[in-house]
Design a protein. Structure first.
Length: 164
């Protein structure tokens, strides 16, 4: 991937150790994002240890250069052709919607298949993903698995709001 992914309002930069993510969320929210990891130190070690499997990006408000959200991509098959995307935001929801759409569009334009999954109890994540075009394809007792493609992304109301 490239060094930054940007438009005129937001910019995605690669995560580096020292950027605080965990403490921006409540304990419950963080468990929904990365339940096995308990601190920013552990997060930095995790991302550093699995560099071939995990890419983490921090979304910044272009006007202030202030971090507002993050995502991490999990390389599902070892060749970066299919990823699952996860993350969260802590301020300015309209900007992280815009940023999420920008990241999804970038991945899809690269020919990467994009999926996500979350706990069925994580209603806000399900709503967030559905609002940008994700569609469920599998349910288990406690998780929902979803996919998205370019057509679904570009037909979402939020994509049209931001990019038309």
């Amino acid at each position: 991937m490239q060094d930054v992914i940007e438009d005129s309002f937001v910019i995605w930069e690669p995560y580096h150790k020292g950027i605080h993510l965990c403490d921006r969320f409540s304990v419950e929210q963080w468990k929904q994002i990365a339940g096995d990891i308990k601190s920013d130190t552990e997060w930095g070690e995790f991302v550093g240890r699995y560099v071939n499997s995990i890419q983490c990006w921090v979304l910044k408000n272009r006007a202030t250069n202030h971090p507002i959200a993050f995502v991490y991509l999990f390389n599902e098959e070892g060749c970066w052709e299919k990823v699952s995307i996860h993350g969260g935001g802590w301020e300015k929801p309209l900007l992280y919607y815009r940023g999420y759409i920008l990241m999804l569009q970038h991945l899809l334009e690269q020919g990467i298949k994009v999926r996500t999954y979350c706990s069925l109890s994580n209603i806000s994540a399900i709503r967030f993903d559905r609002s940008v075009g994700f569609v469920p394809y599998k349910y288990t007792d406690n998780e929902v698995f979803m996919w998205i493609n370019t057509k679904r992304l570009k037909s979402s109301k939020l994509y049209k709001y931001f990019y038309h």
